[in-house]
Ligand binder design. Structure first.
Ligand code: C2O
Ligand code: CU
Length: 432
């Protein structure tokens, strides 16, 4: 991770500073008296940072570093994160991207809490029910704050711990265009022994889609957006698509000699013994298609007779943005706030058709729930159940997705190209 004081990587203990009581909404959780299993304090600051191998820029940090410390917990543990805002003028929050937390813990400024102003704090508490690769980021002035550094990895492990080694690869482009993995420009190395099987947790924290590819090993895509795939087969010579905000866990095997290189355009993670080399390679042309990858399995509910059907048609209309001519994104023809609120009741099975005729790609992200992809452009999903919280919808594409309303609250459903969200591409799912 990049740091202004040292080149270190990992959790920096924070000196015990007085925590001002928050004026924000008091969190209501079922576990008010339960002691936390994992307790983390994160202090947000605006400061200048020099990424390893890169150039200084005006950043936002958590505990003096960006990405913020990786937070790890095991399934069933109570996670408690105290967010303190030192001096970020616009205020900050933390959203647990992909984790279906109780609504009051969702970290959406203006919906589930007030932004934490300088000198204030907010305590997030949730039980880790899911297992997988997630991330956290500010959800106040999201675009400048996430680009500037207010994010980190959130890894939820099985209760019994991991059965293999893992490596986090948080892909991020800082202001000025510095492409990094885990805060390092260019190559970042992690030690692994020949023969090791390593789960590489790729996290796309940027606003645009990207893809990753592997040299030195075949690989399997083990999980997408924190959900394991059923029966994934080894792949060679293809890229792994990474939706903005999305994750893919890719399993590689360290060869007897040399190393494995996991590449994204502009940055790499190299896994192997110290000083082992792994040459770079051009991106393969073909991508793994998650619509057909892996084998079908019971998704745990029946999406064929939904209680609710919704449309989410993305378009655009010319208008004025901050006084300059530009485009507003529309949902079902309307401009925010004249957009639908998707209403559901407890236990409803919802099927949503998402179309895009707006001329650009939109990574659609639903909070508090996961979406099962049923079809793309009329072709039914035929691989492993493909659960997403971040779905890349290209211009001209149409997706049918299904979900179960099992988490009460008001949940954002927005584009994770974060400038697009402020340009109107957001609405809510309301479970009341
Ligand atoms: Cu990752 Cu509403 O955000
Ligand atoms: Cu968008």
């Amino acid at each position: 991770a990049a740091s202004h004081t040292h080149g270190g990587h990992g959790t920096q203990p924070v000196a015990a500073a007085p925590i001002a009581p928050s004026t924000s909404l008091t969190a209501l959780t079922a576990d008010a008296d339960r002691p936390a299993d994992v307790h983390v304090e994160l202090v947000a600051r605006a400061e200048r940072v020099t990424p390893e191998g890169g150039e200084p820029f005006d950043a936002f940090t958590l505990n003096g570093q960006t990405p913020g410390p990786a937070v790890r917990a095991r399934q069933g543990q109570l996670v408690e994160v105290v967010l303190r805002n030192d001096d970020v003028p616009a205020g900050v929050t933390l959203h647990w991207h992909g984790v279906d937390v109780p609504n009051a813990m969702d970290g959406v400024a203006g919906v589930t809490q007030d932004a934490v102003r300088p000198g204030e704090s907010f305590t997030y508490r949730f039980v880790a029910e899911q297992v997988g690769t997630f991330w956290y980021h500010s959800h106040q002035a999201s675009h400048p704050q996430v680009v500037g550094g207010l994010f980190g990895a959130l890894i939820l492990e099985p209760a019994e711990g991991m059965d293999a080694a893992d490596a986090v690869a948080a892909v991020h482009t800082y202001p000025g265009g510095q492409r990094t993995i885990n805060g390092t420009v260019g190559d970042v190395h992690q030690a692994a022994a020949p023969g090791d099987i390593v789960r590489v947790r790729l996290i796309n924290t940027d606003s645009t889609p990207t893809s990753a590819w592997v040299t030195g090993s075949s690989f399997r895509v083990r999980a997408v957006d924190g959900t394991e795939l059923n029966a994934p087969m080894p792949v060679d010579g293809k890229t792994v698509p990474l939706t903005a905000g999305g994750r893919a866990d890719v399993e590689v095997k360290i060869p007897a000699t040399g190393a494995v290189r996991i590449q994204v355009p502009g940055a790499s993670l190299v896994l192997g013994p110290d000083r082992a080399e792994a040459s770079a390679s051009p991106a393969p042309r073909e991508a793994v298609d998650l619509l057909t990858y892996g084998e079908p399995a019971d998704p745990g509910f029946d999406p064929t007779h939904p209680d609710r059907r919704f449309r989410y048609d993305i378009g655009r209309l010319p208008g004025f943005l901050d006084g300059a001519p530009g485009y507003w994104w529309t949902i079902n023809g309307g401009i925010m706030p004249a957009v639908p609120m998707y209403m559901v009741k407890e236990g409803d099975v919802g099927v949503m058709t998402i179309t895009n005729s707006s001329g650009e790609v939109h990574p659609m992200h639903l909070h508090g729930h996961h979406l099962l992809v049923l079809s793309r452009d009329g072709a039914a999903a035929s691989g492993s159940p493909w659960w997403v919280d971040s779905l890349n919808v290209e211009h001209g594409e149409s997706y049918e997705v299904a979900f179960v309303a099992d988490n009460p609250g008001i949940w954002m459903d927005h584009c994770h190209n974060l400038p697009h969200a402020s340009e109107g591409l957001m609405t809510h799912l309301a479970y009341v």
